[in-house]
Write a protein that binds this ligand. Structure first.
Ligand SMILES: [Cu+2]
Length: 138
C-alpha cells in the first residue's frame, strides 16, 4: 500500500461518530441483557415472574435469587414425572408427582425472605441429585 495522499477533500473528525456508535452499542447491550432469561436474575419483585425448568433429571437453573413477591414458575420440559418438595419440614408449597408430568406447570409466589431448598423425591435426595434452591432476598 502507498502512503495516503491529501486529496483536498475536507476530512470530518470521526470522534463524534465513534461516540454515537459506542452509545448505540451500549444501549443494545443493556437491552440484550434485559431480554436474556438464562443469565442472572436481575429484574424480580412484585408482579415479576422467574422461570425454572425441570428436565430429566435436573432443575435449571438450580439456584435462583429473587426479591419478595416474585412468582417462580416451574415447567416440566422432561418426559418423566417429577415432584417439587421443600426440604424444610414446614414448607407449604410444592407439587406432587402425579400433578407434574411432562409439560405441566407449577408456580408459587415467594413473599418472605429466606432460602427455600427443594428436591425431586424420585431423582434426588434433600442434598443431592435433582435439587434446587430459591433464595428470596430482603
Ligand atoms: Cu425428578
Amino acid at each position: 500500500m502507498t502512503a495516503s495522499t491529501h486529496s483536498g477533500r475536507p476530512t470530518t473528525n470521526p470522534s463524534w461518530a465513534l461516540m454515537i456508535i459506542a452509545g448505540v452499542a451500549a444501549v443494545l447491550t443493556i437491552v440484550g441483557l434485559g431480554a436474556c432469561t438464562s443469565g442472572p436474575v436481575e429484574q424480580t419483585g412484585a408482579g415479576t415472574v422467574v422461570e425454572v425448568v425441570a428436565v430429566d433429571n435436573v432443575f435449571k437453573p438450580e439456584t435462583i435469587e429473587v426479591k419478595p413477591g416474585t412468582k417462580v414458575v416451574w415447567t416440566n420440559e422432561g418426559r418423566n414425572n417429577h415432584d417439587i418438595v421443600p426440604v424444610a419440614a414446614n414448607g407449604n408449597w410444592g407439587v406432587a408427582l402425579e400433578e407434574f408430568g411432562a409439560d405441566a406447570v407449577y408456580s408459587h409466589t415467594f413473599t418472605e425472605p429466606g432460602a427455600y431448598d427443594y428436591y425431586c423425591t424420585v431423582h434426588g435426595t434433600k442434598t443431592r441429585g435433582m435439587i434446587g434452591k430459591v433464595v428470596v432476598t430482603e
